[in-house]
Each structure stands twice: as structure tokens, then as C-alpha cells.
Ligand binder design. Structure first.
Ligand SMILES: [Zn+2]
Length: 268
């Protein structure tokens, strides 16, 4: 009934032998599809293997902004090969992360510049393959990574759509993304008592412009906050958002599933 539009099933926090149970717990909770995202070249193979094994699981292939310093300059050929796999439904996780400190030997400036170059290259790849793109942004304060990512998106918006995942902001900040044809998606943060801004954004966001996700193993929703997250818990986030919007869970699922189908090309 629902899709977890963003999880990391190849995370070392999920053991390989456990994945069958994780997928079946999700199914029992009504989470019938999961989109698992790669964050590096090695992770791409692991995620594709999971998507090959479990028909409920689709993969996205990309280099996370926090992995750009460990990825060689000539990475694109290998990335493109992985991204051309029939179970790959979008490019990602890519984006800009100005939150974490630059690694040893890097200045913030060089590190962020490499992230912006990678993001631009991911957009070109997405356009070549006719796929959409999943973007992460995070700032220590202010919203420079979000604004920089929107500026890069704007250059490619006639060819590629994006989802700005794990939306942490209010609805006003999302308007430029929606105007470009992009989406936002909500994690368990929408269930946190101190995150009324995010829940307000979920209330105001029009049907067709948002999806729900776990970002598991991180960010477990209430009532599992602080524990390891998993795709089954998408249901808690979806229920909280549906209730706040004055919709039934079925009504929310109906439009978010259509949004998922369209964005990831699952309706073809
Ligand atoms: Zn993620």
C-alpha cells in the first residue's frame, strides 16, 4: 500500500541474513515497496544485489556528498554502468553536505566544491539515462547547501526532476523546488514533538509534491525514536502526516503512491 521512498538496506546496521525478515516486517506493516539508496561505488553493487533478490526492493545509484573525497575522479564510467541496471530507478543519493567537517587534508571550500561538481555530474548522468535524482542537503546553520543545490537543479530542471529528501524545513523554503517540478519527502522527523515546522510543511504540501520515507537505519519515527529505523516504520510517519492533513491513511497512500510511481518510473 505504501512505499518507503528512501532507505539504506545495504547499511552495515542491517545484517544480510536479516534482510528477508526486514522486508517481510515491512510487508506486514503495509509497506509493499522499498527504494534503497547507494552512497558509494561499493555500496552500489550491494544495493543492486538486494534489489535483484527482493522483488519489493528497487535501487538508486549515486555517490553521497560525504563520500566524494573517497571516490576517484574517473568514477563516472563505473557509476553509469551500475545506474544502467534494470533495477535502478533513479540517481542518488547525491547532494551537498555542509554540515560535516571536511576530511583531513581538505578545506571546507575544496570539499564543498567537489560536492557541487559531483552533483552537477550526477544531473548529467540522470539526463543521459532518463532518470530522476535524489538529493540530500544539510547545513550547520543557514541554508547554503539547499540554495546551492537548488541553483544546480535549476540548470537541469528542463530534463530531470528531483526529490529533496528528508525535508527539514518549512513550506516556504520548498516553493522554489516545487516550482521547478521537484518534490520533497518526509522522514520520521515529522513525528517528533519539536518538529512542528516540518509537520506544518507536510500539512501544506500539495498532493503530488511529496513522498514519505524512513532514511533507515537512521531517524526512527516516534514511537521508535532513538532506535534503529527500518522500512516497516514508514507507516508511523505516514499515519502522523495523514492525521495532520485530515486524510485517512488510505487517502494519503493513494496520492503518495502515484507520486512514487511517476517519480521513479514505476508506472511504465
Ligand atoms: Zn539517505
Amino acid at each position: 500500500m505504501l512505499t518507503d521512498s528512501h532507505c539504506h538496506l545495504a547499511s552495515h546496521q542491517f545484517s544480510k541474513t536479516e534482510l528477508g525478515e526486514i522486508v517481510s516486517r515491512a510487508r506486514d506493516a503495509g509497506i509493499t515497496r522499498m527504494i534503497t539508496l547507494a552512497t558509494s561505488l561499493e555500496d552500489a553493487e550491494a544495493n543492486l544485489a538486494i534489489a535483484e533478490t527482493h522483488p519489493e526492493v528497487y535501487a538508486c545509484i549515486g555517490i553521497h556528498p560525504c563520500d566524494v573525497h573517497e571516490t576517484p575522479d574517473g568514477y563516472m564510467a563505473a557509476l553509469e554502468q551500475h545506474a544502467s541496471h534494470p533495477r535502478c530507478v533513479a540517481i542518488g543519493e547525491t547532494g551537498l553536505d555542509y554540515f560535516h567537517s571536511a576530511p583531513n587534508g581538505w578545506s571546507d571550500e575544496n570539499y564543498h566544491q567537489r560536492q557541487r561538481e559531483f552533483l552537477d555530474q550526477h544531473f548529467l548522468l540522470a539526463a543521459r539515462l532518463g532518470k530522476n535524482i535524489v538529493i540530500h542537503t544539510r547545513d550547520r546553520s543557514g541554508d547554503a547547501s539547499l540554495q546551492d543545490a537548488i541553483a544546480i537543479y535549476r540548470k537541469h530542471a528542463d530534463q530531470v526532476r528531483t526529490v529533496f529528501h528528508c525535508w527539514p524545513n518549512d513550506m516556504t523554503a520548498a516553493e522554489p523546488i516545487l516550482e521547478l517540478g521537484g518534490l520533497i519527502s518526509f522522514t520520521g522527523i515529522a513525528t517528533f514533538k519539536n518538529a512542528t515546522t516540518v509537520l506544518d510543511a507536510a500539512i501544506q504540501c500539495p498532493q503530488g509534491s511529496f513522498m514519505v520515507e524512513t532514511d533507515s537505519p537512521y531517524l526512527a519515527p516516534v514511537p521508535h525514536r532513538g532506535k534503529r529505523n527500518e522500512p516497516a516504520f514508514t507507516r508511523h510517519t505516514a499515519e502522523a502526516i495523514a492525521e495532520a492533513r485530515g486524510e485517512t491513511l488510505e487517502q494519503l497512500a493513494e496520492h503518495t503512491e502515484q507520486t512514487v510511481n511517476k517519480f521513479f518510473g514505476l508506472d511504465r
